[in-house]
Design a protein around this ligand. Sequence first.
Ligand code: FAD
Length: 412
Amino acid sequence: MAKKQMRAAVIGAGMSGLVAARELRRERHQVVVFERSNDVGGTWLYDPRVESDPLGLDPGRDVVHASMYQSLRTNLPRQIMGFSDYPFLKKGSGDSRNFPGHEEVLRFLRGFAEDFGLVELIRFRHEVVRVEQAIEGRRDLWAVEWRTRGGEEAAGMDVFEAVVVCNGKHTQPKIAEFPGRSTWPREQLHSHNYRVPEPYKDKIVLIIGREIARAEDDGKLVFQDGSSLYADVIIHCTGDKQTYSFLQYSYHFPFLKTKGLISVDNNRVGPLYKHVFPPCLAPRLSFICIPYLAFPAQPSELQSKWAAKVLSGEVVLPSEEEMMSSVQEHYQRVEELGWPKHHTHRLEIGKCEYEKWLVDQVGLPSLEQYREKMARIGLELWKYVQSSDENWRDTWDGDKWMQEEGFGKQIS
Ligand code: FAD
């Protein structure tokens, strides 16, 4: 059977949007990538600006996309941040550390975009402001409305046969709520707007997840155990022990108009079959990189391959009813595990299982060896991190371990 070739829009040119564009094009779809900034890289495109509302509460604020601070180094080794056929290798003049600074990740993503000829697919400075069915009730045509940002102002609308959403999940801050929060007279920001330490020199800075009992008008902060202090600044860092930093942010799709068919409820994006396809709109609408607590490059690559092959007709999805019951089963499992709703897209326990499932879908057995190798490296790293000191990134002998694993050999 001839493969279908679709005109597909990808929203975002971060790591997920780039790999989605590559996989869609490999399946011979016509791809347009909309990117609101002037470069690729998404999160890894460090922006020294902070938002006008440092807590990110004002919906009208000018959004700064990246939640990146200046001195950030990766918390995963480069060996598990690459793609199956495009490893994140050490290169001569760059940052050769196993856990490099953010600039090196940006160089890697720029290289990926250039080497696969993706740059020509991207409309930079194009912000997508609306995605909606072009004709009500028809799920096969999508209107994508955009406006330019910076430079000459323009706006327009294009119609696509498919839309792949890759707009990232670390931009919309989630703050801690406690009595007196909104009237506390001193400085508060979300970690999204933290860039450099200098403004906080000699100040008392309190970094919080939740636990303040109340804030008082004279600057006093009272904790749940009754103790108190006066602070100059509160930085909201609202991840928790189980999800680390991931749930400091909310999934946010302000452009998506689906009349309630897809919603974000307490960080559950749903319903989504296998975290990618909304059953009632599949396969023409899909989401890449929704899950967290995985090494992001791997599920994003696998999800992208899967979505591209489903659109071309090479891989067939189950019926809408079957997809919906799979979603319900997943919700049930989340409940049985005792996870709150906002952990719906957490992989962790099911991580390997989920990626294995994706490998089976895309029908590329060679990827299974790669996936297993990455899982072994991840496990090794995790054991090391737990038993090590705060300099673990510099003391981990990743190179030796990587040689044993044959890292750097590309798979076809
Ligand atoms: P993003 O990188 O966020 O890209 C989304 C893109 O969509 C952006 O370019 C944005 O401009 C664009 N966009 C958004 N809305 C629109 C719109 N309406 N119209 C047009 N374009 C739009 N991962 C690791 O593997 N290793 C690490 O060490 C690591 N450290 C991290 C540290 C921090 C502080 C953070 C926040 C994340 C970290 N991550 C790490 C995870 C990181 O998010 C992923 O590596 C990866 O960047 C996710 O890519 P993405 O494409 O899904 O999203």
